[in-house]
Design a protein around this ligand. Structure first.
Ligand code: AMP
Ligand code: MG
Length: 544
């Protein structure tokens, strides 16, 4: 197979470029991107490969026979047809306007347009400095690259909208990082991930021209986004070459709201915490983007944030993600306001966000608990507790340190018969408790849990769902395997010692997260004690 890819670089073709050809840090006005070449690395080696993504973009599923892939996917060799650039965008970081940010270490190589007209942007993360690098070096370390590579693919296979990852290349260069910003900088191995998505456009791409009063640039970019990535929104009048109407921009905003709601509802379903939901990390396609200090919920705690930079305010804590998504959409709405001209259409969009989030969440919970879809879009409150079954599941989970993933997965094994004993009801959940001896859980937790399980059983009996069907549906909503923080760290430790095999093994396991995989049972285990307070497992920083 040849490595000739059919590039169709719509972004650089259709949008205004920064006229400055040289690569130095600067503010870039009146342009959507700057052309920039990747900076070569010393000794690129291919450490991991996603055959599925390779197939998507038209590359060989087996990279063995193509040693030049390491050269290409490190940026050392630019293929004919590629038109490398760094995008210009701004963003709100931790609630504050940060002005110009841009791709400081990501360089898009080009867009592949497949024979079936799917568009895939190939972007190298860590390929060297760009005009947007500010004080950064444009590089990425191995640990954060392993995390981005594995998590992108794990999320995809869980069914969560996400950007993908094609490859992980070790650069052979060292990168100096001060992991906790405490004066302990040290050299680490460098790496580059090639990530893949129809587009990496962010809310921040639109916020920056708006903030600068560059309304024509804003319109050009919005028109490009709609025409290229949301063509179904174009009316026939638009097809006939007229300008895009205010109502089409508004319909687009509503779409972005709905997609963002779906994405966040999915994060909540699987226990994913993004960790740095700044508006420059929010995709207009509703994809999970920019895997940095993210984490997975081990013991259920809606207040948990994996990001040490966020530890004080906990803005990006698990339970706050829907609210922050909404806050970010308001900033996106502000950016689009000049194109729409009035406020009401944005209010419709925000309502669509809440509706989609609510419906998706209820549907998820019905599936997770093994119930018929909640009638009338509602999970009725229990007259005794005044709380719905779904909400009560979170109270039960939070009443003692309990592994969220194992708990929901185990619910399929909890008997629903009226005559089940207390011990029979609780037995499947033992494995989820973080208590050294689960028999020591407090009487309050025990009775709360039992009351809820009996209530759930009663509901299930009332619905008469066929047991095998119920079990299959629950298993399809409650993953067995997620990329637990400690698992990624184990793969990193080994890779840093020169052995990437656990990356490959985890990628393989995470390709089937809802399946029982008896030979990989150890990767479904709850967080071991050693990982509780270890950097990389429960504490991550933006230094990557
Ligand atoms: P993040 O918080 O990772 O989304 O990054 C925020 C901004 O900092 C983006 O514009 C990144 O491109 C930029 N950035 C992060 N790390 C580096 C780095 N090592 N070199 C250059 N720019 C960086
Ligand atoms: Mg970012």
């Amino acid at each position: 197979m040849s490595l000739d890819l059919p590039f169709d670089n719509s972004f650089t073709h259709e949008l205004p470029a920064d006229p400055e050809p040289d690569n130095f840090r600067r503010a870039v006005h009146g342009a959507c991107y700057s052309r920039v070449q990747p900076t070569p690395v010393a000794a690129p080696t291919l450490l991991a490969w996603s055959p599925e993504v390779a197939r998507l973009v038209g590359l060989p599923e087996d990279p063995q026979a193509h040693p030049e892939l390491a050269q290409i996917l490190s940026g050392n060799q630019v293929l004919p047809g590629m038109d490398p650039y760094a995008a210009c965008y701004g963003g709100h970081q931790f609630g504050n306007w940060a002005d110009q940010l841009g791709d400081g270490r990501a360089i898009t190589l080009g867009e592949v347009l497949t024979p079936s007209k799917q568009r895939w942007e190939l972007q190298l993360k860590g390929a060297g400095p760009t005009p947007y690098s500010r004080r950064g070096d444009g590089r990425a370390v191995l640990r954060s690259s392993v995390r981005e590579f594995l998590c992108s693919e794990a999320m995809h296979h869980l069914g969560v909208p996400t950007t993908r990852a094609l490859s992980l290349v070790g650069t052979g260069d060292e990168v100096v990082r001060d992991m906790f910003y405490d004066g302990n900088a040290k050299p680490e191995p460098g790496a580059i991930v090639c990530r893949v998505a129809p587009s990496f456009l962010r809310f921040g791409n639109f916020e920056l021209p708006m903030a600068r009063g560059e309304h024509e640039l804003l319109r050009q970019l919005a028109d490009y986004a709609i025409t290229t990535h949301f063509p179904e929104l174009l009316s026939q009048a638009n097809d006939a070459g007229q300008s895009i109407s205010a109502s089409t921009y508004a319909a687009w905003f509503t779409q972005v709201c709905q997609r963002t709601a779906t994405m966040v509802a999915e994060w909540m379903r699987v226990g994913f915490v993004h960790g740095v939901m700044n508006t420059d990390n929010m995709s207009v396609l509703g994809l999970t983007i920019d895997y940095g200090p993210y984490g997975w919920i081990d013991n259920y705690d809606p207040d948990w944030t994996p990001n040490t930079t966020d530890a004080a305010g906990r803005r990006y804590r698990f339970g706050n993600q829907p609210r922050i998504a909404m806050w970010n959409l308001v900033k996106f709405a502000n950016a689009l306001h000049p194109l729409v001209g009035s406020v009401e259409p944005f209010e419709d969009g925000m309502r669509a966000f809440s509706d989609t989030l609510g419906q998706h969440t209820l549907a998820s919970f019905a599936a997770k608990l093994g119930l018929e879809p909640f009638a009338g879009d509602e999970d009725p409150e229990d007259p005794r507790s005044g709380v719905s079954l779904a909400n009560q599941s979170m109270r039960v989970l939070g009443s003692t340190p309990t592994d969220m993933t194992i708990f929901y997965r185990a619910l399929a094994d909890v008997p629903v018969q009226a005559n089940a004993s207390d011990d029979e009801l609780l037995a499947p959940l033992w494995a989820a408790y973080y208590e050294a001896d689960p028999s020591t859980i407090t009487p309050a937790t025990r009775s709360l849990t039992l009351a809820w399980l009996r209530q759930l059983g009663e509901r299930v009996r009332g619905e008469a769902i066929e047991p095998a069907h119920r079990r299959a549906r629950m298993h399809a909503a409650n993953p067995k395997y997620v990329l637990r923080n400690y698992l990624a760290q184990l793969a990193i430790d080994k890779a840093e010692a020169g052995d990437p095999s656990l990356i490959h093994e985890l990628l393989e396991v995470m390709r089937h997260p809802y399946a029982e995989q008896p030979t990989h049972e150890q990767h479904a285990a709850k967080r071991p004690d050693w990982a509780k307070d270890r950097a990389g497992c429960s504490m991550l920083s933006c230094s990557s």
